[in-house]
Write a protein that binds this ligand. Sequence first.
Ligand code: XMP
Length: 321
Amino acid sequence: MNVKEIPLEKLNAEQYIADQVKSLKQTVGSGLAVNALSGGVDSSVVTMIGHRALGARLKTFFIANGIMREGEPEYIVKVFKKLNVKVELVHAENEFFAALKGLTDPEEKREAITQTFYKKVFGRLVKESGAKYLLQGTNWTDVEETVAGVKRQHNILAQLGIDTQAVFGYKVLEPVLQLRKTGIRMVGKALGLPEEIYARPPFPGPALAARVIGEVTRERVEVVRKATTIVEQELKGSGAFQYLAILHNDKVTGMRNGKRDFGQQIEVRCWESKDAITATVTRLPFEKLEKLAQRITTEVPGVVSVTYNVTAKPPSTIEAI
Ligand code: XMP
C-alpha cells in the first residue's frame, strides 16, 4: 500500500478537505459516483466531501438493511436534508436477512453482509445509475484491523487484493482512508456537519449484526435493537468512546411472577478508547448499571439477564462478532 496514515498532529482539516475534493474531481472527472450513507461519522464525512467535489454528480443512498438502529434511516435523511444533501432510501431488508439465514460463524456473517452490500445492492444501484465509482468511509483503523487478521471489516476490499472493478463492476474511492476517528471528527466539524453527527460514537458497518451472537434473524435483531435504544439513552452523557448491547445465543433460567422464565441474555459494553485499537472498560456507577439491567429486563420482551463486560481490548474486541 503506498498511502500513509496522517497522524493527528499533522492534520490540517481545511487542507485535507481541499486535497480530497481536488483528488475526487480529478478521478471522477465528468462521470458519476454513488455513495452509501450509514449515518456514522465516516460515511457522513465522505458524503459531505463528495458533494463538495461532485455536487449532483454524486448520488447518495441510505441502505435500509434491517439491521440498523431504531428510527435511524428517517433520522439521517432528515439531518442531511437540512444540509441540502438529498439521500435516497433503498429498502433491501429482505436481501440482507435472506443472506444471513442460517449463518452463525462471525466471519461468514460479515462476508454475507459484504457480498449483499457490494455485489447485490450496490452492483444494482451502480448499474442503474451509470456510475463508475463508489465512495466509502474506510478509515485507517479498519485497514489495520483487517490486515492484522483481527476482523474482516466489511469495507476492506482493495487492501485485501479484491479488484472491485472486476468483482463488482465499479471502483471504490476512500476519501478518509488516511485518518482515524478523531481526525475524521475534526474534518467533519470543518465541513459544517452538526455536532450530533461528527461527535457520534462509532457504529460498525455490519450494524446490529455485529452484536447478535448466533443467527441474525428479524426477531433477534429486534431484541438487540430495543436494548440498544435503552443503552444509548442511558449512556449518552457518559462521555465514553462507545457503548452497546449484545444479544447472547444461550438462554438462561430466570423468573417472572414467581414462575420459571427461560429467557434471553443481553450483555452491555461501554468503552474508553482513543482509536478503537485498544480499549478499557468505563467504570460506570453501579446505580447506572442497575438501572440498565432494570430497564432492559422490563422493556425488552424475553430478556431475563443483563451482564456488564469488564474485559479490556485486547483480548476482547469492541463488537461481539
Ligand atoms: P472491534 O470490534 O474490531 O471494532 O474492536 C473496532 C471499531 O471498529 C468498529 N467496527 C467496524 N467498523 N466496519 C466498520 O466500519 C466493520 O466491519 C466494523 N466492525 C467493527 C467498531 O464499532 C469499533 O469502533
